[in-house]
Design a protein around this ligand. Structure first.
Ligand code: TMP
Length: 238
């Protein structure tokens, strides 16, 4: 399958049309941004790592009963996916306090929750992806109640699966962000990516950060951290 026209360029990926109207090709970039694009940089090899990791995790999730957009890895950076229209909600699951949760509620990072939390952000760069609740999402017609229920069910299933999978590889799944899409028949599927860009991943023993927080917080060792996650989860490096 070949790329035809570019449909969209986001901060970390480009999306191309193909000859099949129901399929797209996603191309992963090394570009990194944070704080709604205010901070810009490059993480060498990130595109390859995020492409491979996302595809492996989505294949495993598909087997675990979560439908995804994944079809086939085409190359190091390119993947064939089902065409979706993205539901404009960023779905965030947290197992341990960190990031905006710690800041918003004035608590330290690292508090292990007795049950995971879920929250939505309205995916809208102009507004800075504001936090939104179910009622607001319904009022704004971003999704139907049925879709929200399905999305929550899948998001917790993703958490159960990923948390256990990461732990087998000595990684703590602190929190992560998912995006869902609608196929042409309205079916909800997991889309976007699952990578160190979109998850907080800590070493289970040392709590060392193995994710994009190293870039967001100017901690250094960003490429090494991404490579370490790939080595642990896929047994490979770029
Ligand atoms: P937060 O603590 O900054 O709200 O982030 C929660 C999780 O969501 C964290 O794993 C990083 C991820 N995330 C994204 O994937 N994209 C974003 O734009 C933001 C702000 C967070």
């Amino acid at each position: 399958m070949e790329k035809t026209v570019q449909l969209y360029e986001g901060k970390a990926k480009k999306v191309f049309a193909t000859a099949d109207e129901n399929l797209c090709i996603v191309s992963y970039k090394d570009d990194a941004t944070a704080f709604n694009g205010e901070k810009k940089g490059t993480i060498l090899g990130k595109g390859v790592i995020n492409n491979r990791l996302t595809n492996r995790l989505m294949s495993l999730l598909e087997q675990a009963g979560v439908p995804t957009h994944f079809v086939e890895e085409l190359s190091d950076r390119e993947t064939l996916v089902k065409k979706v229209s993205i539901v404009p909600l960023e779905v965030i699951i947290r197992n341990i306090s960190a990031g905006s949760f710690a800041k918003r509620y004035g608590v330290e990072e690292g508090i292990v929750f007795s049950a995971p939390t879920i929250e939505f952000s309205y995916k809208n760069d102009d507004l800075g992806d504001p936090l939104i609740n179910d009622y607001h999402a319904l009022a704004l017609k971003l999704a139907t109640q049925d879709e929200i229920d399905t999305i929550k069910k899948y998001a917790f299933k993703v958490n159960d699966f990923l948390k256990a999978f990461m732990l087998e590889h000595d990684i703590e799944l602190v929190d992560f962000k998912l995006e869902f899409g609608r196929l042409s028949d309205g079916t909800i599927v997991l889309a976007d990516e699952i990578s160190p860009d979109t998850c907080r991943l800590w070493d289970v023993h040392t709590h060392e950060k193995l994710d994009k927080d190293r870039f967001r917080r100017d901690m250094g060792g960003v490429e090494d951290a991404y490579n370490e996650v790939m080595r642990r989860l896929l047994g490979d490096t770029v």
